[in-house]
Design a protein around this ligand. Structure first.
Ligand code: CU
Length: 510
């Protein structure tokens, strides 16, 4: 699976370890062999932007007699031409690569009729969605080849940019990298009243960023795997290589999703203008924030506004540095921590539709009261793909949470390398990072955080409802290879006094 690539220098894990040791850092322990340390990549100025950005179609739906909005998605194998006339084998939902964008309103009951036409089992997880554990699409809700699953729930959370992707234990990196991912957008009245750009594909644009490797002929290849997982040396946006986006309005809203298995980005504009961030994983910020760059680790989302003048062109780039990544320079230099990419060229038309002004206040986010915390738990991200010294066990409940309580989860990365932390079911708030208040871009609703080395994160989260003692939710590192290796645990939400049970064994199939 791992390939030797000639386009850039590849150090061995041995030399990476030696470099780390020389840097006085904790040596890494990896199971298995064959790891490489992908060297620096810089595509700035080298991307031709010759292909219009593909916009995933909106998923069709209908409202049934009971008032449920019903979607259908089919996971299938296919081929995709990332280069004209050159087919690569890929997977997608309702097509060869990625999937349609689902849209629903707060308060709606939704159902998704899933069909698995692949020749292996998979799942579909609703990343960022508050919903019952049995509908969550985690590793306990496997869909056998030829099988189906029809999760349904009531959307009950603020407007947000969510997404969906497979979550089969041990195979998530492979299934996502093959192309199984899509967006799930939520709207609500409060967000609509702001007058933000919301015409899908016109001024409200999905931007699904993934890295990938290609042969000289343009056939997609497996990527080199460093400590973070597979890192590609080219980018795809919505599956498009070298994309440009024509826009016809003064103001556009870009919904950035890092759907890469392992790579963390630092998104910035080529002309140095600030990135105007208006929303994070779970919804809008209270007010927009002007940033030099937006850092997104795998699974995280950011909504940004871009204001353009007629005829203007500007390139969305990713310019990571050791400082932005929170890494020691020697660590950053080997695994994407200093990489730079041209991502997407935005081309404004000569005549642009005017935009309404955006209110200064975008949302009201009430802080949790720490005095109401009932339980504090600690999650130590270890150096052998473990959390609190344990690798994922499908038959073990790691944490039992009482419904209708506020909890404090302290996430500690004790490694020299970064991890991330994603919690299913809830959106949380970051209370502190190493004891200090989070910066404004991390002060809103989050479901996934980048966990810098030697750093402690205090998260507050409320488990309002959906008690189910027999079906767990997951928490895990969202570096997908780490997750696959077992960097994941399970929690059950139960009624007061109830105990979690595991009535469903591993690899239970619906
Ligand atoms: Cu990790």
């Amino acid at each position: 699976m791992l390939q030797t690539r000639l386009r850039r220098p590849a150090a061995t894990l041995g030399s990476a370890m030696a470099a780390l040791a020389a840097g006085g850092l904790v040596a890494l322990s990896f199971a298995g062999c064959g790891l490489v340390a992908p060297g620096p990549v810089d595509t700035v100025g080298e991307v031709d932007f010759e292909t219009p950005l593909a916009i995933p179609p909106l998923a069709e739906s209908h409202v049934d007699a009971e008032g449920t909005r019903v979607f259908a998605l089919e996971a299938q194998a296919g081929t995709t031409e990332f280069a004209p006339g050159v087919a690569s084998e890929t997977w997608g939902f309702d097509g060869g690569y990625l999937g349609p964008t689902l849209v629903a309103d707060r308060g709606e009951r939704v159902r998704v009729d899933l069909t698995n036409s692949l020749d292996e089992a998979t799942t579909v997880h609703w990343h960022g969605m508050h919903l019952p554990a049995a509908m969550d699409g985690g590793p306990h809700q496997m869909i056998a080849p030829g099988g189906s699953f029809a999760p349904e729930w009531i959307v009950d959370q603020p407007a947000a940019t969510l997404w969906y992707h497979p979550h089969p234990h041990g195979e998530t990196e492979s299934h996502v990298a093959k192309g199984l991912a899509g967006m799930f957008l939520l709207h609500d009245d409060a967000e609509r009243s702001l007058g933000l750009p919301e015409e899908y594909g016109v001024d409200d644009i999905p931007v699904i960023v993934q890295d990938a490797g290609f042969s000289a002929e343009g056939v997609r290849e497996d990527t080199q795997r460093g400590y973070a997982g597979g890192l590609g040396d080219e980018l795809l946006v919505n599956g498009t290589r070298g994309p440009y986006l024509d826009i016809s309005t003064e103001l556009v809203r870009l919904r950035l999703l890092n759907a890469s298995p392992a790579r963390t980005y630092a998104f910035a504009w080529s002309d140095g203008r600030p990135v105007e961030l208006i929303g994070t994983d779970g919804g809008l910020l209270e007010a927009s924030v002007a940033l030099d760059q937006v850092r997104l680790s795998p699974g995280e989302r950011a909504e940004v506004l871009l204001r353009v003048a007629p005829g203007e062109r500007v390139v969305l780039q990713s310019r990571m540095t050791a400082e932005i990544a929170g890494l020691e320079p020697v660590v950053a230099s080997m695994n994407g921590g200093v990489d730079a990419f041209d991502v997407l060229e935005v081309r404004a038309g000569d005549e642009l539709a005017p935009a309404a002004s955006v209110p200064a206040r975008l949302a009201t986010i009430e802080d949790f009261d720490p005095a109401e915390v009932v339980t504090t738990r600690t999650f130590e991200l270890g150096d052998s793909f473990e959390i609190n010294g344990e690798a994922m066990d499908m038959d073990r409940i790691d944490e039992t949470v009482t419904v209708d309580t506020l909890e404090r989860w302290v996430v500690e990365n004790s490694n020299a390398v970064p991890h991330s932390f994603h919690v299913h079911d809830v959106q949380f708030r970051i209370a502190t990072i190493d004891g200090a208040a989070p910066p404004p871009e991390l002060a809103g609703w989050k479901d996934t955080i980048f966990a810098e080395p030697e750093t402690s994160y205090e998260l507050l989260m409320r488990f309002d409802d959906y008690a189910d003692p027999s079906t767990p939710y997951m928490y895990h590192c969202h570096l997908l290879w780490h997750e696959d290796q077992g960097m994941m645990g399970q929690f059950a939400v139960v009624e007061p006094g109830q105990r979690a049970t595991m009535s469903e064994g591993p690899h239970h199939e619906h």
